[in-house]
Design a protein around this ligand. Structure first.
Ligand code: PLP
Length: 475
């Protein structure tokens, strides 16, 4: 057999192909075994800093080793120093769910390893991305202006942080560009994710022009405070350039009052960005669409299929209502990146929608997940999580030792111990040290709080019950 270039057998490609056939099944068997063991593994690692490095050779190998040896080391050295994000006992942070269709898609992505920086560098990588992101607009009931068949469209970013950062850059561009930075102001709630503040720094906005707007009793942005901040700045001769609203804050899953925010933002001409990194997947379910009211006024919107849709990290979707500002902010086309289709404006070049040039073929993961899982199964997982969270709220809320510290929302409940911060943190540490579950802390109203996010795809009701029993035991 010869390959299309006429080279005989024995080429590098042939020997790589043979290696995939020989070792692919073994590596997949390792992964399958990992998934079988997941439930029994302590969720968090029990290692001190430097644990792994002290066990690795000081210098890199100079000749090939056996795959079996490397896999054995993964088992002995890597797995014990992992946090098992796919564990059914993972209730920490927000989840980073993957699923077998996503893992298989990642194999195809790595196995073909294209760089889809522009349409010309792999037309399928661009067109599949455009297509599945249009599917998601329809599946989630998002505003039609985010579809690619008008001036808007979607793009996959690595993370919500990148999505938010490029939205800030687009807003800066629309407001007049770098030269106007001394006038431009940015607004978000004091409970917004830190990625908005970080993105504002990266986009060049002045730190003293970032307004962290106070929140109400439910930790949602207070529209009156936003209105006052906008008015003060305008009176001082500044120009509001960007308002970042959140549907589902990290600390407590609070939902900012988007219709009010949208109205105020519209009056000032500022860019409205909506961050629904975690909660965004809930829009797959009709009954949660009310949380997204007002989104049709947003200039940009991001959510993370890598959190709650079973598409492995990294996959964050950014939609814009009008892609022109994004492209104006990010497009630089040297000769070596030009193509006839680009020059004719016939194609999307996603390199102009992101900070980096190179990009992985991430839409494969979304495509595989939607085709092999189906939207209905994802909806049903989300509904289970929401229902189990409500049951957890009932149980914790009726236990006098616990105070539910924020209005429960979707799959997150926040509690604090009635005896105060020290007890709250003692219980949190004891849960995490037990290895039987993993939880994280936040602070609300200056008090330490335990966040319980029932969002791991592998979690069943019995795992939530086991966590509640453990909390009962330790409280
Ligand atoms: N926005 C919100 C509301 C989040 O909860 C998070 C992370 O949990 C982020 C943004 C940042 O996400 P990423 O890790 O994708 O940058």
């Amino acid at each position: 057999m010869t390959d299309p270039t006429g080279r005989p057998d024995g080429t590098v490609a042939e020997s790589d192909a043979a290696a995939y056939e020989r070792w692919g099944p073994e590596v997949l068997a390792f992964v399958a075994d990992y998934w079988r063991r997941l439930e029994r593994l302590p969720v968090g690692p029990d290692v001190e800093p430097g644990w792994l490095r002290s066990r690795l050779p000081a210098s890199a190998p100079t000749s090939p080793e056996d795959v079996e040896r490397v896999l054995a080391d993964v088992d002995e050295l890597i797995v014990p120093a992992l946090t098992h994000w796919q564990s059914p006992n993972f209730f920490a942070y927000f989840p980073a769910n993957t699923s077998w269709p996503s893992v298989l898609a990642d194999l195809v992505c790595s196995g073909t390893s294209v760089n889809g920086m522009s349409w010309a560098t792999s037309p399928a990588a661009t067109e599949l991305e455009t297509h599945v992101l249009d599917w998601l607009v329809d599946l989630c009931g998002l505003p039609a202006r985010f579809r690619s068949d008008g001036p808007g469209g979607g793009v996959i970013q690595d993370t919500a942080s990148s999505a938010t950062t490029v939205s800030l850059m687009a807003a800066r561009e629309r407001a007049g560009g770098n030269r106007r930075l001394s006038d431009l102001t940015v607004y978000t709630s004091e409970h917004a994710h830190s990625s908005i503040e970080k993105g504002a720094h990266l986009a060049g906005f002045w730190p003293e022009h970032l307004r962290l707007v106070p929140t109400d009793d439910a930790f949602a942005l207070d529209p009156a405070a936003l209105g006052a901040a906008l008015a003060d700045d305008i009176a001082a001769g500044l120009t509001p350039a960007y308002v970042g609203a959140t549907i589902g804050t990290t600390s407590s899953m609070a939902v900012d009052p988007l219709p009010d925010i949208a109205e105020m933002t519209r009056r000032t001409g500022a860019w409205l960005h909506v961050d629904a990194a975690m909660a965004g997947s809930a829009a797959l379910c009709e009954e949660h669409r009310g949380l997204f009211a007002g989104l049709d006024h947003a200039d940009s919107y991001t959510f993370n299929p890598h959190k709650w849709m079973g598409v492995g990290v990294d996959c964050s979707v950014l939609y814009v209502a009008d892609r022109a500002s994004l492209i104006d902010a990010l497009s630089i086309t040297p000769t070596y990146l030009r193509s006839a289709h680009h020059d004719a404006g016939e194609v999307i070049d996603y390199r102009d929608w992101q900070m980096q040039l190179g990009r992985r073929f991430r839409s494969l993961k979304v495509w595989f997940v939607l085709r092999l899982t189906g939207a209905e199964a994802i909806r049903s997982m989300i509904r289970d999580h929401v229902e189990w969270t409500a049951r957890a709220v009932d149980r914790l809320g009726s236990d006098p030792r616990w105070v539910v510290a924020a209005p429960p929302m979707l799959d997150l409940v926040c509690v604090r111990h009635v005896e105060g911060d020290d007890r709250t943190l003692e219980v949190l540490d004891a849960v995490n040290e037990s290895g039987r579950a993993l939880l994280t802390r936040t602070d609300l109203d200056e008090r330490a709080v335990i966040r319980i996010c029932v969002g791991a795809r592998t979690t069943e009701w019995r795992h939530v019950e086991a966590l509640l029993d453990l909390l009962d035991e330790l409280a």
